[in-house]
Write a protein that binds this ligand. Structure first.
Ligand code: URA
Length: 448
């Protein structure tokens, strides 16, 4: 008997396990238009409630990957390694790491996405660099990696097209927050890049998709297993997203922060995460295996690569690579020297601290939400955004503050949003009398 979508929906609805061929039938049938959106939506909801086994999730990622092209980087020398973050507030490490890793001799091909809700997206941030193109063809992408060592592009029609269709459907059927669906979606895109190794930055905390560390661990473990089972050396780090990363939130503001970081002036939390990610990527690219026991591996490799990373950031090599990447992707490298070339907001408003004490909490979700209200983010995938809008933090968790001192400055071109954005921002702030311990940035590594 031939396969029917309705039977497969029923099988998943009743908690059954689908075979590889059944998953492939659903994915290819949906993309071809033979399976309508309403049946796919029902299937996604069944997965949301019943979950998927690891073999099912691997089959799903593989079926989604097979709907598009895989970038062939085999003709380019060097280890090709990428880093993917599950998303957060002020998370701009990709834009620092791509030129940094290229300067260190690795090849870094990155396919990135847009921001949604309170979280930002690398694609939107790069759009604020005058002229910068992220709509590269696979050939242009490959050329840029071969000549510069890194390239960042958006997910084109050619890359895992089934993921785009499914994501749009999940977005409007409340089925985004499913661990197997997220894992398959992320990995179908990453495995299209033609990479040898992948580092996953799985965020946890209020500003993350996976607020709870147990969920973050489950997602990390699943993605690590998918990557390794499909021949890509994959490791995940679980990192903090309870407070925004660095000082800037919002697209052009974050690019300017990345430029400063690559010139050697980097906020301590952003530097700590960048260094940790860079060290793990260097480790993934290294053919020498370490003798260190797994619990001490993180500490060991950070020590091993710390000076090298610092040198590349402090002495301008990584910044020079950024200029090369901007130029190769048709942007104006002059913008890296002249901040006035970036989109700039007309209305600026400081948020003053109502109290004296120490910042005990600066909730990432509230800051992300406030930034979205100012125009920096979108609540639906099809919404437009204002590249100039966002928030620059004057204080970070652990900092002392006096009543009346600015905690942050809001940037917008929509002055009518300022009052609500300020209210939302302040709802996420806690000031206390006692100096809190500095928050940890990196919690643990998930190894193969
Ligand atoms: N990011 C993705 O690429 N896919 C998801 O499903 C969620 C976040």
């Amino acid at each position: 008997m031939s396969m029917r979508a309705v039977d497969l929906i029923k099988k998943k609805r009743d908690g059954g396990e689908l075979h590889k061929e059944e998953i492939s039938f659903l994915i290819s049938g949906h993309l071809a238009g033979a399976i309508p959106d309403y049946q796919m939506a029902a299937f996604l909801m069944a997965v949301y409630h019943k979950g998927m086994t690891e073999p099912e999730t691997i089959a799903l990622a593989s079926a989604m990957l097979d709907t598009g092209r895989k970038v062939d980087l085999s003709g380019i020398s060097g280890v090709k390694v990428d880093k993917h973050s599950t998303g957060g507030v002020g998370d701009k490490t990709s834009i620092i790491l791509a030129p940094l890793m290229a300067a260190m001799g690795m090849k870094m091909p990155m396919i990135v996405g847009r921001g949604l809700g309170h979280t930002g997206g690398t694609l939107d941030k790069l759009a604020s660099i005058p002229g910068f193109r992220t709509d590269l063809s696979i050939e242009e992408f490959r050329e840029c990696i071969a000549t510069v060592g890194c390239a960042i592009m958006g997910q084109s029609e050619e890359i895992a097209p089934s993921d785009r269709r499914l994501y749009a459907l999940r977005d409007c059927t409340s089925t985004v927050e499913s661990i197997p669906l997220i894992a398959a979606s992320v990995m179908s895109k990453k495995l299209s890049e033609g990479i040898d190794a992948l580092l996953l930055d799985v965020k946890t905390g209020s500003g993350a998709f996976m607020e709870d560390i147990h969920d973050a661990r489950a997602l990390a473990r699943l993605m690590v297993n998918i990557g390794n089972s499909m021949g890509v050396k994959t490791i995940a780090l679980i990192t903090d997203m309870s407070a925004p990363l660095g000082r800037a939130v919002g697209n052009s503001l974050e690019i300017k922060e990345c430029i400063s970081a690559l010139k050697g002036a980097c906020a301590p939390d952003l530097f700590e995460l960048t260094l940790t990610l860079a060290a793990w990527m260097a480790h993934l690219s290294d053919s020498v295996s370490e003798e260190t026991e797994p619990q001490r591996l993180g500490e060991h490799i950070i020590k091993k690569y710390k000076d090298e990373v610092r040198d590349y950031m402090d002495h301008g090599d990584a910044f020079a690579k950024l200029l090369e990447m901007i130029d190769a992707q048709h942007g104006n490298p002059e913008s890296a020297f002249n901040p006035s070339l970036f989109p700039k907001a007309v209305n600026l408003k400081p948020v003053l601290s109502p109290w004296t004490g120490y910042v005990r909490k600066l909730d990432a979700r509230s800051v992300g939400h406030a930034s979205m209200l100012l125009g920096a983010g979108r609540s639906r995938m099809e919404d437009g955004i204002d590249l100039a809008a966002g928030i620059v933090l004057g204080k970070k968790p652990g900092d002392p503050v006096k009543a009346g001192e600015p905690l942050a400055v809001l940037h917008t071109n929509r002055p009518g949003t300022l009052t609500e954005a300020e209210h939302v921002f302040l709802s996420g702030v806690e000031i206390g009398d006692r100096e809190p311990a500095r928050p940890r940035i990196v919690f643990e590594a998930v190894l193969p």
